[in-house]
Write a protein that binds this ligand. Structure first.
Ligand SMILES: Cc1cc2nc3c(=O)[nH]c(=O)nc-3n(C[C@H](O)[C@H](O)[C@H](O)COP(=O)(O)OP(=O)(O)OC[C@H]3O[C@@H](n4cnc5c(N)ncnc54)[C@H](O)[C@@H]3O)c2cc1C
Length: 447
């Protein structure tokens, strides 16, 4: 590594040290590349530090079924790259648990993420350079492509010249303006359930270098959380997530169902964003409470009583002894009580007849077992799905479909993989992080 005070040279410059960035940097280092890894936060890890399950759809056909509008070639990289990716994680001595089912259609493994991210950064520190508290501000690019970046550190400006530069800044979930522009005008006010540093830097840098955007209005990965409750402690991101909305009923401000809730809480988050005021009332009965709310969402996860926790925190929540009590929903919530009661009675009747509207693909059971747990939920965002257009080698593409020389992207900075559907964020960062490293290796080092 050639180093002067304000100048470094590398084979691979990685911007962002979360799942995708650490994976690429560590893999490239392990194959002999000179790597500089730049992280904006005080510590490495990004949102990956809060995550636990490395998973994707259980097979390519399943991925196409749940994510039909996503780019098939990118989807194949994730599905077929998962097992080799897990082998790479295991090769670093990191604990990977047995296979579990995720979201009904996925398969994956509880993985020691702190262990994995720590092992990656140790590797990069040993063989390359890791800069924290450093923000990539500008790419060095000309007609021949991208040649590195200018990075702002506590000590001033640093120029890193590099054969390949990888954008791995975690998407734009943390930027209200970009969310409003690229997802939905109401997405401006979404709560964030992710690291706060992923504010679209990679997207801006890539677009300025001539990249194309993939996945306009593709949506985002997120979940439903109680309205009106502080949601800024990362340790509570999972505890206060109402995954089991998929077994209850969601009503909008007209007191009407508007989605097949059973397809997944992550899709319910998108559907609620489309509703007036981007809020909805979730109603479950005692069966759902016992069978789903009080059991882990994924095998091995914790299962606190989220309803009671949210209630204690001042959420708009109530327990109704029977459906008739829904009539007297607090007026200030804004939902028509009689309409809500009628909607639940009609839902139960339709379920008995086997034809609820909207249909219920995965749980067509009526809600007949009082009491009823009523809570207002709003969407919160983890990752964006739109991003820089890439190919299977993680090369960033221009509007003409040609790669921009020297520029790579992976993880949530890359778009096109998921369109209003989800097949794992860690898996995307892992598989495309490994692809990016491979693409960036100096010719002599490539296998
Ligand atoms: C609570 C929670 C639970 C989750 N659980 C799971 C799970 O079980 N399974 C799963 O598959 N996914 C899960 N996810 C999602 C998963 O964490 C993300 O999909 C994944 O981390 C995305 O990887 P990434 O590398 O794109 O971004 P990140 O891991 O977020 O990393 C991006 C990094 O880039 C840095 N950065 C931003 N701008 C700059 C800049 N200008 N210069 C330098 N650095 C910059 C950020 O500070 C950050 O450290 C979960 C997320 C959360 C929040």
């Amino acid at each position: 590594m050639l180093a002067h005070n304000s100048h470094l040279e590398a084979d691979l410059l990685v911007l962002g040290a979360g799942m995708a960035g650490l994976t690429a940097a560590a893999s490239a280092c392990s194959q002999g590349a000179r790597v500089v890894l730049v992280e904006k936060g005080a510590a490495v890890g990004g949102s990956a530090l809060y995550a636990g399950y490395v998973w994707t759809a259980a097979g390519y056909e399943t991925m196409r079924e749940v994510n039909p509008a996503g780019d098939p070639a990118l989807a194949r990289v994730v599905v077929e790259g998962l097992e080799p990716g897990l082998d790479w994680i295991r090769s670093l001595g990191v604990a990977v648990g047995p296979e579990v089912v995720v979201l009904g259609y996925g398969a994956g493994h509880a993985t020691d993420m702190a262990g994995y991210l720590g092992a990656c950064v140790t590797l990069v520190r040993r063989h390359g350079v890791v800069l924290t508290g450093a923000t990539a501000e500008r790419l060095l690019h000309d007609a021949d492509g991208v040649h590195g970046a200018v990075v702002r550190t506590v000590d001033g400006e640093l120029t890193v010249a590099s054969r390949a530069t990888m954008l791995a800044t975690g998407g734009f979930g943390g930027d209200p303006e970009l969310r409003a522009q690229r997802i939905h005008p109401r997405a401006r006010n979404l709560a964030l359930r992710a690291n706060p540093g992923s504010t679209g830097d990679g997207l801006r840098l890539g677009l300025a270098a001539g990249a194309a955007f993939a996945g306009e209005r593709a949506g985002f990965y997120g979940h439903l959380i109680p309205s009106g409750v502080a949601y800024d402690d990362p340790l509570e991101f999972v505890t206060l997530t109402f995954y089991h909305s998929e077994h209850g009923v969601l009503l909008n401000l007209d007191g009407r169902r508007f989605v097949d809730e059973t397809l997944g809480d992550h899709l319910n988050a998108l559907a609620v964003l489309d509703q007036p005021d981007a809020r909805a009332l979730s109603i479950c009965d005692e069966r759902v409470h016992r069978q789903w709310m009080l059991t882990p969402y994924v095998a091995g996860a914790e299962a606190p009583d989220k309803f009671r926790l949210a209630y204690r925190r001042g959420a708009r929540a109530a327990i109704a002894e029977d459906l008739a009590e829904l009539e007297s929903l607090p007026e200030e919530w804004g939902y028509p009580g009689p309409a809500a009661r009628d909607a639940l009675n009609a839902f139960n009747e339709e379920c008995r007849e086997g034809s609820p509207t909207p249909a219920r693909r995965l749980d067509g059971e009526p809600l007949l077992d009082p009491p009823y747990y009523v809570i207002e939920l709003v969407p919160a965002i983890t990752n964006t799905w739109g991003g820089l257009r890439i190919d299977e080698r993680a090369r960033v593409l221009g509007p003409d479909g040609a790669p921009i020389a020297g520029l790579l992207a992976a993880g949530a900075d890359a778009g096109g993989l998921y369109e209003r559907a989800y097949g794992g964020g860690l898996a995307a960062g892992l598989t495309f992080g490994l692809r990016a490293a491979q693409t960036a290796l100096p010719i002599g080092a490539r296998s």
